[in-house]
Design a protein around this ligand. Structure first.
Ligand SMILES: Nc1ncnc2c1ncn2[C@@H]1O[C@H](COP(=O)(O)OP(=O)(O)OP(=O)(O)O)[C@@H](O)[C@H]1O
Ligand SMILES: [Mg+2]
Length: 298
């Protein structure tokens, strides 16, 4: 949460000096976290004045905070809750959580903005989106996971559903048990209790794939999926789906049919244009809205 400047816990003017607005917020966050006291702030301001350093840099040079402290405070300032490197439970693939200022994280947030604008322009109320791509290892799981985190960072109640019942891995990315998941929901053995909140990201929940079924495609084409999504829609603002390769299996097609819209992912120098076009055509033919194609370069 950003700190309201009016509730500043810092001496805004100490020793006759005034902290710049950004420095004041960073200072407030660090003070609130118990990392800096009033005397520390005085020392930082003195060094700032002598050397012209920014607040965070001065605090670091004085050995009062670490680089991680500063990164966390900056992330909080911009309302980007993030994780520290070395967190063992959550995968380092979540670039938006570990490195919120990495260019890739910026790209994912830009993608979030575009999606929100398109949904808003089209008057879409059920914001459900299937992440699809024609072939294997094109980055569907990576993009779905990171996108889910950036939506949750914006305060959207976000549900990520791992509808890749063939080679699921969202449960590993988020370190959530996958004993009960979508397969159990679709076969009537579980209800919404299978949806697991992801503790590290307050507004994010994951429905893992669950036990691998012998008949993924048949399960995903059951009306049970539509019924479940109806129920989930009232609880979540955004629902995203990870899926298997659309050129190899009809699973993504079935899920997109229930969700209503899909985003096509194409991996640079990997996905064939003809394959992407044919998947888009197949999706559109069944009434699925393809919101756009995203190029994943890695
Ligand atoms: N934009 C990216 N930047 C860096 N690494 C990426 C990016 N996209 C994907 N990757 C990495 O590439 C690998 C394959 O990505 P991912 O598992 O998301 O692909 P997939 O399409 O879901 O594959 P599968 O067919 O196995 O389901 C992973 O190790 C992932 O971390
Ligand atoms: Mg995948």
């Amino acid at each position: 949460m950003p700190i309201n400047p009016q509730e500043n816990v810092l001496p805004i003017e100490a020793s006759g000096r005034v902290l710049a607005r950004d420095d004041r917020r960073i200072g407030s966050i660090l003070a609130e976290e118990g990392k800096l006291g009033v005397e520390d702030i005085e020392r930082i301001m003195e060094l700032q004045q002598v050397k012209g350093f920014r607040f965070g840099e001065a605090a670091q040079r004085l050995g009062l905070i670490t680089e991680d402290d500063l990164r966390c405070a900056v992330a909080r300032q911009y309302d980007l809750p993030h994780l520290l490197p070395g967190n063992e439970s959550i995968s380092s693939e979540l670039v938006v959580a570990y490195e919120p200022f990495h260019p890739r994280a910026e790209e994912l947030r830009a993608l979030r903005t575009q999606l929100l604008m398109r949904w808003s322009k089209a008057g879409v109320r059920q914001r459900m989106l299937v992440i699809a791509s024609p072939g294997a290892r094109e980055g569907r799981s990576y993009v779905a996971a990171n996108l889910a985190v950036v939506f949750s960072q914006l305060g959207e109640r976000t549900l990520l559903i791992d509808a890749d019942l063939r080679a699921p891995r969202q449960h590993r990315i988020f370190n959530i048990p996958d004993r009960i998941g979508l397969t159990a929901v679709l076969s009537g053995r579980a209800d919404r209790g299978a949806v697991a909140p992801v503790r590290e990201f307050g507004r994010l929940s994951l429905l893992p794939a669950g036990a691998p079924p012998p008949n993924p495609q048949e399960l995903l084409s059951r009306p049970a999926l539509g019924v479940f999504l109806q129920e989930m829609w009232s609880e979540f603002d955004v629902i995203l789906f990870d899926t298997p390769a659309a050129k190899l299996y009809a699973d993504a097609q079935n899920v997109a049919f229930r969700a209503g819209s899909a985003m096509m992912l194409a991996r640079k120098n990997h996905t064939r244009l003809a394959d992407a076009t044919s998947v888009i055509r197949e999706l559109s033919d069944t009434g699925v809205r393809v919101v756009g194609t995203v190029f994943n370069a890695f």
